[in-house]
Design a protein around this ligand. Structure first.
Ligand code: FA5
Length: 340
């Protein structure tokens, strides 16, 4: 090997080591190793310049080839999708296989209740997660300063909007929306399941955020008898058996008379004789107050109706014997997997 070839092959080895260590690969063209070779070219006698220059050019082309190759690899990388829910450049995204997931038990039961009500002739309407004073109180016959406003410890925004404390905030809206039914001699029948919020002290049966299912039914000649029959049919279908039910007097400003509706513990859920005659309060209900009907433009001397509002968590707790309401939002997989 000529002396010149030895210089080029050593320089090439050196350049490769430098190149591998560089982050910005193009910087290799400024390497002192290359610069030294160019300096040497200038100092050579003329008769040696052509051969040395040719060798130096070949060496430079080889180095430029490394850079081009690297650029090809970079171009082959997938562009990063910043909206992807995981790093698509990571080898294995850390996602659970879909067969490990399931619907939350509250959603399953909410759909079950909605489905039963729908088959009984009720439209199903979502409620709202933010509302105003009119729908939370005034439209429900709680005028400004009414003491019963204090029964609902609501969360409010600085703009004065209210996180609804019950699904009854929807009553005025659905009564207005469906009131044309009455002119066609059809009833207003709507179920409104959704989330509600209360500034509550938490315990085994009280959450600050929970679900209610509100029902409204208005027509001609509707009585408390219709209310009890409807609730017995709805909840009997839900628990899968004929239920014994009772009502006891209560007070809500938006219903008159108002009741609490209780059922005898369903037979399927009785663990021993001692529980046979245990009454379980499920919901609040009553005949819609004339002022609420009037507020929606419905004449209470012609039409009457009933409404109810119950908690979905309490219903599901009874159905499955769940002892603490806080399990639902705990995110504990060992709890949730029992329902999948
Ligand atoms: C109401 O919310 C009325 N709007 C119900 C109503 C509707 C009456 C229409 C008449 C006509 P009450 O505050 O009692 O009523 O709540 C109704 C149900 O929600 C309760 O029976 C219970 O099942 C559930 N509930 C109430 N507070 C909580 C809570 N903190 N955690 C879980 N469930 C609750």
């Amino acid at each position: 090997m000529s002396e010149q070839n030895t210089i080029f092959s050593r320089s090439l080895e050196l350049l490769r080591t430098e190149y591998d260590a560089l982050t910005d690969k193009r910087q290799i063209l400024r390497s002192p190793t290359l610069t030294a070779l160019y300096t040497e070219l200038r100092t050579l006698p003329n008769e040696q310049k052509a051969a040395f220059g040719k060798g130096l050019n070949e060496l430079k082309l080889e180095v430029v080839g490394w850079i081009d190759q690297q650029a090809d690899v970079t171009e082959q990388l997938n562009p990063i999708d910043v909206t992807a829910p995981f790093d698509i450049n990571a080898a294995t995204p850390k996602l659970l296989p879909t067969e490990n997931g399931s619907k939350h038990p509250l959603m399953v039961e909410l759909e079950c209740i909605s489905d039963i009500a729908y088959r009984m002739g009720f439209n199903v309407e979502e409620s709202r997660l933010i509302d105003d004073d009119y729908h939370m109180f005034e439209s429900l016959n709680f005028p400004e300063g009414h003491p019963a406003r204090d029964d609902y410890d609501t969360f409010t925004t600085t703009e004065g909007l209210i996180a609804p404390a019950h699904t009854s905030t929807m009553q005025n809206r659905v009564l207005r929306k469906y009131k044309a039914n009455l002119d066609k001699a059809e009833p207003i029948a709507v179920l409104m399941p959704d989330r509600v919020f209360r500034n509550e002290d938490l315990d085994a049966t009280h959450e600050h955020t929970f679900y209610q299912y509100e029902g409204v039914y208005v027509g001609k000649g509707i009585t408390v008898g219709n209310l009890i029959a409807t609730l017995k049919a709805l909840l009997g279908e839900y628990f899968g058996e004929d239920l014994k039910a009772k009502i006891q007097p209560f007070y809500f400003p938006f219903t008159e008379p108002s009741f609490e509706f209780a059922i005898e513990r369903p037979a399927a859920l009785q663990k021993g004789d001692t529980e046979a005659d245990q009454w379980l309060e499920l919901l609040g209900c009553g005949m819609i107050h004339p002022n609420v009907l009037k507020g929606a433009g419905i004449d209470p001397t012609i039409y009457t109706g009933f409404a109810w509002g119950g908690g979905i968590e309490r219903l599901v707790m009874i159905k499955y014997g769940i002892e603490d309401i806080r399990h639902f939002e705990s995110g504990k997989l060992e709890f949730l997997r029992q329902f999948s």
